[in-house]
Write a protein that binds this ligand. Structure first.
Ligand SMILES: [Zn+2]
Length: 107
């Protein structure tokens, strides 16, 4: 499936793009995904498989969700929570064919 172009959450729209991400000082590798908060962009590193990119996009979406949640999480907890929620979202959607249609009021 093609990468979606935009993501809207709480009436705020972000553009979704593939491209170059910053390099992590910790690992020396490119971040797989980043949210550019000033420019309302989600950037996904373009050298990852489509399957990994799907997980990365879900992870970045949860960064946006949690940013608006008011929770005050340390970086480690935030990253872990984004991972757990993104994997669970994909797992729920894959294991339950009704998932997308039902929650989109199309079922
Ligand atoms: Zn993250």
């Amino acid at each position: 499936m093609k990468l979606p172009k935009t993501f809207t959450y709480m009436h705020h729209t972000f553009n979704i793009e593939e491209g170059d991400t910053e390099v992590s000082e910790k690992t020396g590798n490119h971040y797989l995904g980043q949210v550019n908060w000033r420019e309302d962009r989600i950037i996904l590193y373009d050298e990852q498989t489509p399957q990994v990119m799907k997980s990365t996009l879900a992870h970045e979406l949860y960064h946006i969700v949690l940013d608006r949640s008011g929770l005050d999480l340390d970086e480690g907890s935030l990253e872990r929570l984004c991972d757990i929620m993104s994997y669970s979202l994909i797992e729920m959607a894959l294991a339950n064919p009704w998932f997308g249609e039902y929650f989109n009021d199309k079922g």
